[in-house]
Design a protein around this ligand. Structure first.
Ligand code: HEM
Length: 527
């Protein structure tokens, strides 16, 4: 991995580092209660119901987000699927599809409840419409259930594993299956809210409470499935939590990676233990350049009160400036508690904000990490040797960049103003927007509206930079809008990407920009 890698970074931060607060939606499993709904369980069931209609022989269906259109079906009865499907809508974007969010939901749910780490690959394509039905029902015969799993690519033995791996969490809701669970609330599959082999141990020691074992005979599908190989698979789970974990990790990974044949999934997205995020190079009103960046240190037991992280940089001519003049300590730091629940990983973030004149500017930065603050144990983090690169040909101008309606014009989502080094002449300067939550569309479409930015030289506070500014096209909508804006410049045939700017009308977090109107931005809103 070499920074930056836009597509990788977005998903890595989403999946591991709580970007957009996806990880905070399910409460920690320790706060789940037997007899009540669990978001983690709901997410796992939802991923299964999306994947279960796969036809591997034809190479169709599988985990393709089609569940979004299928919540009204009897086979998808219940709040757990309906509410998961609407929760997931807040989290997809240009670099992570809705189908990827459904798959990520299963990975996060299992980890949140202490289960194994399931490798996550991205690249799923969201189906444009509902797919065929075919999720097995508890009243189906063993034969028909076995056939349904075979269509999905799983053997009869693997079916036993997959069902046990799913039914270690959550339970049967009285509202959905009153015949199976006649009592108010949720009848749990086992005695713990966690992802563990309690479903198997209680199956053998006579204390099972699984309503698909001890309910009415016609719907006792877990009983039929678990016993279908003479209990060999269930016995191996009851004997060993390790066997249960490794089997579930591999079966659930295959389940979420069963995708239509034209889909190519990425390599697994692994957590990068030391990585910059929220990098932004901007031109300030006083004509100086600001480099803002946060580094995340991620892994088990990384939260430390003694560690000293220092940022260093080279100027635009790649010279290091006079002793210590080009290094800085963080302006703030934060230990991120919600992450601690994910397999013991923690995250500590250090935010830097440094200024330079346009003449000096920046060409790269790197860090030194003094682990215990004594100076005896200092590690250099320099992106594998090449430093973290800075491209100062294209800067953002936050003062004249904003998001919001333009006099109620829903076709405009904001304004982006960038500054381009006067020594170069760009052939194109464009901006794009991606909005979410558009009314009247089942899965909100992403609107990419490349638009040219025109020059606005009068504004620039520095002769070294020329301003370009433009309005961001694309519908934003009234109930829960959310927009991403991106900008880039093409200079001598080379595209210089800017950053992604998130607005925060929904759970999408991380905004460096004030939520504001264009008037606030200093622009007449009718332009
Ligand atoms: C023959 C196959 C299966 C049948 C008949 C079946 C049946 C059911 C039923 C009747 C419920 C109760 C749903 C409700 O109350 O609304 C349920 C819940 C659940 N199922 Fe399955 N299931 C099967 C396979 C699976 C698989 C393969 C997984 C995952 C890998 C899975 C994961 C779950 C989870 C996590 C819940 C709990 C949901 C919650 O509490 O909100 N199931 N299942």
């Amino acid at each position: 991995y070499t920074w930056p890698d836009r597509a990788y970074d977005v998903i890595e931060e989403f999946l591991w580092k709580d970007r957009n607060t996806f990880l905070e939606v399910p409460e920690p499993c320790s706060e789940d209660t037997i007899g009540q709904q669990s978001t983690s369980a709901a997410w796992l069931r939802t991923a299964y119901h999306d994947a279960a209609t796969a036809n591997v022989a034809a190479g169709t269906g599988g985990l393709d987000g089609s569940i979004f259109y299928e919540t009204a079906r009897a086979e998808n009865v219940g709040d757990s699927i309906a509410s998961s499907v609407s929760q997931f809508v807040s989290f997809y974007g240009r670099y992570i599809s809705y189908a990827d969010v459904v798959a990520a939901g299963a990975v996060v749910a299992v980890q949140n409840c202490g289960g194994p780490n399931i490798p996550f690959r991205s690249g799923r394509i969201t189906a444009p419409e509902a797919g065929p039905s075919g999720v097995p029902l508890p009243t189906d015969s063993l034969r028909s259930q076995t056939a349904a799993f075979a269509r999905q690519g799983f053997t009869a033995k693997e079916m036993i594993g997959l069902v046990a791996c799913g039914h270690t969490m959550g339970g049967v809701d009285n509202e959905d299956f009153p015949d199976i669970n006649p009592n108010v609330g949720v009848a749990s599959f086992d005695h713990t809210v966690y992802f563990d082999n309690n479903i198997a141990t209680t199956y053998f020691n006579g204390t099972t409470i699984d309503p698909l074992i001890s309910g009415p005979a016609t719907s006792n599908s877990d009983a039929r499935i678990f016993a279908s190989d003479g209990n060999v698979t269930m016995r191996s789970f009851a004997h060993s939590q390790d066997t249960f974990f490794s089997t579930c990790a591999s079966l659930l990974e295959r389940m979420i990676n069963t995708v239509p044949k034209e889909v190519r999934l990425s390599e697994p997205i692994v957590a990068i233990p030391f990585k910059p995020r929220d990098y932004l190079l901007s031109l300030l009103p006083d004509g100086t350049i600001n480099l803002g960046v946060t580094v995340d240190i991620f892994g088990p037991n990384v939260i430390s009160s003694t560690r000293v992280v220092t940022m260093h940089w080279n100027d635009r001519d790649s010279h290091r400036c006079a002793s210590k003049a080009c290094s800085a300590l963080p302006v703030s730091q934060e230990a991120n508690a919600p992450l601690a629940k994910r397999n013991g990983n923690e995250l500590q973030a250090y935010t830097f904000s440094v200024n330079a004149t346009t003449a000096a500017s920046f060409s790269s930065f790197w860090f030194t990490v003094d682990e215990d603050g004594t100076g005896r144990n200092v590690v250099t983090e320099n992106n594998g040797g090449g430093n973290y690169p800075v491209d100062d040909l294209l800067l953002l101008v936050p003062q004249y960049t904003c998001q919001g309606y333009l006099n109620g014009n829903l076709n405009i989502t904001g304004r982006i103003t960038v500054a381009i080094r006067s020594s170069v002449t760009p052939s194109a300067v464009t901006l794009e927007s991606a909005s979410f939550g558009v009314n009247g569309q089942p899965i909100p479409q992403i609107f990419d509206g490349p638009a040219a930015i025109g020059t606005s030289p009068a504004l620039s506070p520095s002769p070294d930079y020329v301003y370009y500014t433009g309005l961001v096209p694309g519908p934003i909508q009234a109930n829960g809008c959310s927009t991403q804006m991106e900008y880039s410049a093409t200079i001598d045939g080379v595209v210089h990407p800017g950053q992604i700017l998130y607005s925060g009308c929904t759970s999408r977090a991380s905004t460096r920009l004030p939520e504001s109107t264009c008037e606030y931005c200093g622009f007449p809103c009718t332009s």
